[in-house]
Write a protein that binds this ligand. Structure first.
Ligand SMILES: Nc1nc2c(c(=O)[nH]1)N[C@H]1C(S)=C(S)[C@@H](COP(=O)(O)O)O[C@H]1N2
Ligand SMILES: [Mo]
Length: 234
């Protein structure tokens, strides 16, 4: 039998029991929850916890917020740019307005983290990769896309074929509003057919490459092809 894979719920590489985890978090957050400032708590005070305990979701939405290198990146609309480069014919950067000028796609899909939690019926809006890639032109040698987060060193990749799945997108809206800071503002990768670790938050650079490469969790033992129900880790 192989050793259990590490998960975002581990503290400093040590497993944290679910009860212990909830206990630690519960003490710190309960008073703030009543004050209705749970979101601010997540953004401002979360650095007081070990990085791996970033996973609390006040309000019971079902989400756990994950981050490997806090604090969460900040989004400044005046300076933010998405870079699309690598094996493309016309490398370029996009402002949010330019990204939103591309054809918009909407979908409602379920979200599954490999550690066992799910959120049903999440609404996303954003750009399909067919449309994004048409804006830069794909070089014949390209076979995959690498997604880098403003939160270094979080990265992941998809083959071009995977990225062209009808429900994969670079999302800039979640549940009918701009993506919030903790969920990856202003843009995150959404791949409903795969586990959540493929869904890079705070996407800042999209680089076309010849072949897919291992992402953050894949370097720690998870499958690169992370199809829900059809990969390791569960
Ligand atoms: N930059 C970045 N993206 C990330 C992660 C992360 O830690 N950092 N965690 C991944 C994992 S394992 C999951 S399940 C989802 C969780 O999304 P949420 O934090 O919006 O709930 O984000 C994914 N994208
Ligand atoms: Mo996850």
């Amino acid at each position: 039998m192989s050793a259990p894979l590490p998960t975002p719920d581990d503290a400093e590489g040590r497993p944290v029991g679910r009860r212990a985890f909830l206990g630690i978090v519960g003490v710190g957050v309960s008073s703030l929850l009543w004050g209705g400032v749970a979101t601010r708590w997540l953004s401002d005070a979360s650095s007081a916890l070990p990085s791996s305990l970033q996973s609390v979701v006040p309000g019971g939405t079902g989400w756990r917020i994950y981050s490997v290198n806090p604090p969460f990146p900040t989004y400044d609309p005046t300076t933010w740019r998405l870079t699309v480069d690598g094996l493309v014919e016309r490398p370029r950067t996009f402002t949010m307005a330019q990204l939103q000028a591309l054809p918009r796609a909407d979908q409602t899909t379920d979200f599954h983290c490999v550690t066992g939690w799910s959120v049903p019926d999440v609404h996303w809006a954003g750009v399909r990769f067919a449309d994004l890639l048409a804006a830069v032109g794909v070089s014949p040698a390209a076979g995959a896309i690498e997604f880098a987060s403003a939160e270094e060193p979080y990265v992941d990749s998809l083959t071009l074929e995977q990225a062209r799945a009808p429900d994969a997108m670079l999302a800039y809206e979640m549940d009918h509003g701009p993506i919030s800071r903790e969920h990856g503002a202003p843009a995150r990768l959404v791949v409903p057919q795969m586990y959540g670790y493929k869904g890079v938050k705070w996407v800042s650079r999209i680089t076309l490459t010849a072949q897919a490469s291992d992402g953050y969790w894949e370097q720690r033992g998870y499958d690169r092809d992370a199809y829900v129900g059809g990969s390791n880790g569960v």
